[in-house]
Design a protein around this ligand. Structure first.
Ligand code: ADP
Ligand code: ADP
Length: 217
């Protein structure tokens, strides 16, 4: 489902954030990406999402080499991906419902069908009763759930999460992990990046470890 072949990423200015990475993630796998701040975790996720392009090597997602596809085909790749950003990117000028509706608007869903999907996604994360609220009134854990609802509302095959439990207490973090497990159980391929490995250890999944842009053991 996701394949990197000798992938490097050099940012403008010359900093090499990823160096010759080769790995693959199979369809339906749940994999963790560990490493300290600055190790290159976000950069790796951005390459999979097509937000950044590799400087060298091949990034193949769902059979498409993102290093060589045109800008016009990128939206078709993104359709299959759900992203949970580190900095949330919640819009506070609209309701919880409209935040989750946003990706469906962008993808051009029929409004009525979209409404059903938004409610199903909010139900899934336990926020159905709060759809009319402004997200500012949600707790930190609830805001994270909102982000997850928004990331899965278009039923992506791949879910990428950047530090999804970063600011949460351990109990809340486990709730969030249970949600990821429920998506994993229905076949979604999931990659979760985090600097804290203690939570990962509880789940017995493969852990990719990054340090200075390279894999370690
Ligand atoms: P992590 O997610 O593991 O904290 P990042 O992928 O965010 O790591 O960053 C890896 C390295 O790349 C860091 O040294 C960071 O400063 C650098 N970096 C990230 N984004 C950019 C950018 N847009 N321009 C230049 N350097 C960047
Ligand atoms: P429904 O079938 O009514 O949409 P589900 O309980 O199957 O309800 O799903 C609820 C929500 O969970 C969906 O709207 C979607 O956001 C998410 N979801 C469920 N299954 C998947 C899947 N296979 N891939 C991505 N997201 C999913």
């Amino acid at each position: 489902m996701i394949q990197f072949n000798q992938v490097s990423k050099r940012y403008p200015g010359g900093f090499e954030a990823l160096k010759h990475l080769t790995f693959r993630i199979e369809t339906g796998e749940l994999v963790f990406l560990a490493g300290h701040s600055g190790a290159g975790k976000s950069t790796l996720l951005k390459l999979i999402a097509g937000i950044e392009r590799p400087s060298a090597g091949a990034v193949v997602v769902n059979g498409q080499n993102l290093a060589s596809i045109t800008r016009q085909s990128l939206p078709f790749v993104r359709r299959h991906i759900g992203l949970i950003f580190q900095d949330h990117k919640i819009l506070f000028d609209r309701s919880v419902f409209d935040n989750v509706m946003l990706p469906l608007d962008i993808l051009g869903y029929d409004r009525r069908d979209a409404g059903k999907r938004v409610r199903a996604a909010l139900d899934k994360v336990g926020l159905l009763g709060r759809e009319k609220l402004n997200p500012i009134s949600l707790s930190g854990g609830e805001q994270q759930r909102l982000c997850i609802a928004r990331a899965v509302v278009h039923r992506p095959a791949i879910l990428l999460a950047d530090e999804p439990t970063g600011n949460l207490d351990r109990d809340y973090a486990h709730d969030i992990m249970e949600l990821f497990k429920s998506f994993h159980q229905v076949g979604v391929t999931i990659l979760i990046a985090a600097h804290d490995e203690s939570l990962m250890a509880d789940y017995g999944r493969r852990i990719l470890r990054l340090a200075h842009g390279q894999f370690t053991q």
